[in-house]
Design a protein around this ligand. Structure first.
Ligand code: NAD
Length: 263
C-alpha cells in the first residue's frame, strides 16, 4: 500500500528513543521529511542521524522540551522555516509516574496534565494554522490503552489521557471540514527502553528478574507478548497517511487484544 507520504513534512515529538523514535523512522521509511525532538540536543541529533543513515530520508533532530511554550514554538518554527510546510504532527512525551490516589500530590496532577495533555495541545496550536493554509493535515497523539481500560496504579495516566482524548475528539470535529484529521494511537504494553528499565527496577523491588517481569506482563495479553515499538509506529504511519483520509476522531488501540471492551 502506498501511504502517499513521500515529500510530506512530519514532526515527531519526544523521539530520541522508544515509540517516538520508531514513529519517526517509520515515517522516514515512507518518504516523509522528518523533524524530531527530544530534551537533549545530542540525543535528538544522534537519533535523526541513525534514521537518515538507515532510510536515506531527510531527518533532523532538534532540542525541545514539549512542556515548554518556547521550545515547542522553536521546534515547529524551525521545521516550517526550512520546508515551508508541516503536514503531520505526532504528539508524544514521556510517561507520568505510577501512583495511586493515596500517593498522589496535587502538584503531580498538574505536572502530568502539562506532560501528557498540554504538550499535545501546545503543538496542535502551533501546527493547525500551518495545516489550515494547505487544507491537509494529520495530528496523531500517542496516548495509552488506559483511556479504554484504566490501569491499576497508573492514576495519572488514567486521568490525564482521558481528558486529552476528549479534547482530541472535539478538535477532530472542528477540523474535519478543513481536511485535517486528529486521531490517537493507544499503545498497550510495548517493549521500549523505558519498559525495559521499569522491568529491571520493579523486578529488583519484587525479587524477580527482568525476564520474569516481562513474562508476567505478557501473560496478561491475549497475544502473550509485548508489542515492539515498530508495531505502534505502523499504526501511527497509517493514520498519517493519505490512505487514512476518512478516519478522524478515533483512538486506535494497538495492544495485542489487552482491552476487553467492545470499542
Ligand atoms: P520512552 O521513555 O522510551 O521514550 C520517551 C521519549 O520521550 C524519549 O525520547 C525522551 O527523551 C522523550 N521525552 C520525555 N519527556 C520529554 C519532554 N518533556 N520533551 C521532549 N521529549 C521528552 O517512552 P515510550 O515507552 O516510548 O513511551 C512513549 C509514550 O507512550 C509515553 O507517554 C508513555 O507513557 C506512553 N505509553 C507507553 C507504553 C509502553 O508500554 N511503552 C504503553 C502505553 C503508553
Amino acid at each position: 500500500m502506498d501511504f502517499g507520504l513521500s515529500g510530506r513534512v512530519a514532526l515527531v515529538a519526544a523521539a530520541s528513543r522508544g515509540i517516538g523514535y520508531a514513529a519517526a523512522r517509520e515515517l522516514a521509511r515512507e518518504g516523509a521529511r522528518v523533524f524530531l525532538c527530544s530534551r537533549d540536543e545530542a540525543r535528538a541529533a544522534e537519533a535523526a542521524r541513525r534514521i537518515s543513515d538507515e532510510t536515506g530520508a531527510e531527518c533532523v533532530g532538534l532540542r525541545a522540551d514539549v512542556t515548554s511554550d518556547e521550545d515547542a514554538a522553536r521546534f515547529v518554527g524551525e521545521a516550517h522555516d526550512r520546508t515551508g510546510r508541516v503536514d503531520v504532527c505526532v504528539t508524544n512525551a514521556g510517561g507520568s509516574p505510577a501512583t495511586t490516589f493515596e500517593t498522589t500530590e496535587l502538584e503531580q496532577y498538574r505536572r502530568a496534565f502539562e506532560l501528557n495533555a498540554l504538550s499535545a495541545v501546545r503543538l496542535a496550536r502551533l501546527v493547525v494554522p500551518l495545516m489550515r493554509g494547505r487544507g491537509w493535515g494529520r495530528i496523531i497523539n500517542v496516548t495509552s490503552i488506559s483511556v479504554k481500560q484504566p490501569i491499576d496504579g497508573l492514576l495519572l495516566s488514567n486521568t490525564v489521557r482521558a481528558g486529552l482524548t476528549g479534547w482530541a475528539k472535539t478538535l477532530s470535529t472542528e477540523l474535519a471540514p478543513e481536511g485535517i484529521t486528529v486521531n490517537n494511537v493507544a499503545p498497550g504494553w510495548t517493549l521500549t527502553e523505558r519498559q525495559d528499565e521499569v522491568a529491571e527496577a520493579r523486578g529488583r523491588a519484587e525479587g524477580k528478574t527482568k525476564g520474569e517481569m516481562i513474562a508476567g506482563w505478557a501473560s496478561q495479553v491475549p497475544m502473550r507478548r509485548l508489542a515492539g515499538a515498530e508495531e505502534i509506529a505502523a499504526a501511527i504511519a497509517f493514520l498519517a497517511s493519505e490512505r487514512a483520509s476518512y478516519v478522524t476522531g478515533v483512538t486506535l488501540q494497538v495492544d495485542g487484544g489487552w482491552v476487553r471492551g467492545l470499542f
